[in-house]
Design a protein around this ligand. Structure first.
Ligand SMILES: [Fe+2]
Length: 191
């Protein structure tokens, strides 16, 4: 359903959860087990349960080509092996930029260009990251608490998850002796 009248809204998870037009998605480890590097750790965790990794509250707004869609995401803290909890990540199939605004917690926005170059941007409360068309994006919770952020994108954007499923990202974000380390992903098969 499109949003047809002006409105305002607190940037709070409970406020969005209560909206009738919200589309709520909870991704569990079993929904995204292939994207993690350490498949033995994935299997060990899944043998004991299927933890939720992130929650996405989306207000898609295809009222017109000029509309914006937005959503709040909450990624729980934790790791799969040494790799921090993260979203699946996607490219935009068509033109359309996106902004991210950190609201709580400490994150990294992991980016990948169409020619396979990697980049990372820090996500902190009150900071904005701008994603230019053509860069795939994934968010990683590198802190001890929930990572919560707002994202806003053009309502006409179509999402390409398949390329990431097939090729991965060129970088991995791991805990290394208590620090956050970004290393090269040897299994990356993109350009
Ligand atoms: Fe996006």
């Amino acid at each position: 359903m499109g949003l047809i009248a002006p409105f305002n809204l607190p940037l709070e998870l409970d406020a969005l959860r209560a909206l009738p037009s919200v589309h709520r998605v909870v991704r569990h480890l079993s929904d995204m087990k292939r994207i993690y590097h350490d498949q033995e750790a994935v299997a060990a965790i899944l043998s004991a349960g299927d933890p939720p990794i992130y929650e996405f509250l989306e207000l898609a707004n295809p009222t017109s080509d000029d509309s914006l869609s937005f959503g709040l995401t909450r990624i729980s803290p934790g790791k799969i092996g040494r790799e921090y909890h993260m979203t699946k990540g996607h490219f935009h199939l068509n033109a359309g930029d996106e902004i991210y605004v950190g609201l709580a917690g400490r994150g990294l926005l992991v980016l990948q260009s169409r020619d396979g170059q990697g980049r990372e941007l820090s996500m902190l409360p009150g900071s904005l990251c701008y994603v230019v068309t053509g860069w795939a994006h994934r968010t990683v919770n590198v802190g001890e608490d929930d990572l919560v952020f707002l994202s806003v994108w053009s309502a006409t954007v179509e999402h390409d998850y398949e390329t990431i499923d097939r090729h991965g990202f060129p970088q991995l974000v791991l805990a290394d002796a208590g620090r956050v380390a970004v290393i090269r992903n040897e299994r990356f098969t993109g350009r």
